[in-house]
Structure formats: C-alpha cells, structure tokens
Design a protein. Structure first.
Length: 201
C-alpha cells in the first residue's frame, strides 16, 4: 500500500502473534509511511517560525514597517531598525517536547529600505529557562556584521548559531538587535526585520 499521508491518515491492520502471517508488504507499508513523514518534515524538524508580529519592542524605538507589493497594497508587517540607534525586539516561545540539546540556530529574513552598499551590525540573543529559574539571567548571543543586499528591498537570510543548553518545556527568550550606532554598521537607512525561524539542533 502506498502511503496516503499527508492527504489522509494511513490505516494499518493489527497483526496478532501466532494467528497472522506478517508479510513483507506489512513492513514496507510502515517504511513507506515513515519516509513520507520524514520527507515532509525534513532534517531537524524541531523549529518555530515567527513573523515580525510575534515580536514586541524591547528597547529603543523600532518602528512598524511594511514590505511587499506596494503597487497592489499587499504588504506584510516588518520591524524597521534605524541606522543611528540601538533598537531591540523580543519574543518568547516554548521548546516543544523533544530531546534536550545544546545548540540553537536562528534564521533571520531581512531587507534594507534603501541601502545598496555597506554592512549592518546585528545580533540574536537567547535564553532557555525552566519554571523556577531566574528570568534576569544573562542571555547568550551571536553577533554578525553582514553585507546588505545589492538592491533595496531585496530579501536576505542570515543564520546565527547560539551555544545554549535546553530541555523540553523550557521557555526560550529571544531578542534581535541592530546596533546602528556601531562603527561596523555602515549601511544607510532602515533595516526591515521580516521573520525568523528558531531551530533546535
């Protein structure tokens, strides 16, 4: 039987020891279904996709922005980070049930409002906390200086790697910062933060 997942849930016959003959097709059907699940989920499926709307202002005054098809008035919400100030947004997510780990990846999708040259200086900081732990504990981060896309409003994805221990049920605190006043941040104009994916390795 070829799997019908994810269109529908597969149905299997329950075999009984000493009564039923288990055929190769019985095992192959299970393998077929498992491959379908793995193909759908991909490698390292423990992840959480977050839009700009999932974040709130933590520090400074990043402004709400819009990107998309301006001619059709069909745009999505972004956070706009200034080129001359430190501005931070933050969010919290729960690490779902799964094995513990020590590395978290953050993929950030972003674009520049007008800059076509120069670098931006920005970071992701995270913490993993269980009930009863100090929410004021120091966070762990990854800072990068990244060249902007060569054309204004063109999409770019940057991956951050954070060494941080976590276990099932932890609350993950996440912040994103552009330090516009840093000497390494040479790109003029606003940076649009569009979305991020937090991946648990």
């Amino acid at each position: 039987m070829t799997t019908t997942w994810p269109g529908t849930i597969d149905s299997f016959v329950t075999n009984v020891d000493g009564v039923d003959y288990v055929l190769a097709a019985d095992v192959n059907n299970l393998q077929d279904a498992m491959v379908a699940v793995q193909t759908q989920e991909g490698i390292n499926p423990r992840r959480r996709f977050m839009t700009a709307g999932d974040f709130g202002i933590s520090f400074g005054a990043p402004a709400a922005g819009l990107l998309g098809w301006s001619g059709g008035a069909r745009q999505v919400l972004t956070w706009r980070f200034d080129d001359a100030a430190s501005e931070i947004i933050g969010a919290a997510i729960e690490y779902p049930a799964g094995p513990s780990g020590s590395t978290i990846y953050a993929d950030v999708w972003w674009a520049m409002e007008s800059a076509v040259a120069g670098n931006v200086y920005f970071d992701i900081y995270l913490n993993a906390l269980a009930t009863g732990e100090n929410t004021d504990a120091a966070m762990v981060g990854h800072v990068q200086t990244i060249a902007v896309p060569g054309t204004a409003k063109y999409l770019k994805k940057t991956t951050f790697t954070i060494s941080l221990a976590y276990v099932a049920g932890d609350l993950i605190l996440a912040t994103f910062t552009r330090t516009g006043g840093n000497a390494a941040d040479t790109a003029a104009g606003d940076l649009h933060f569009i979305a991020a994916t937090i991946r648990f390795a």
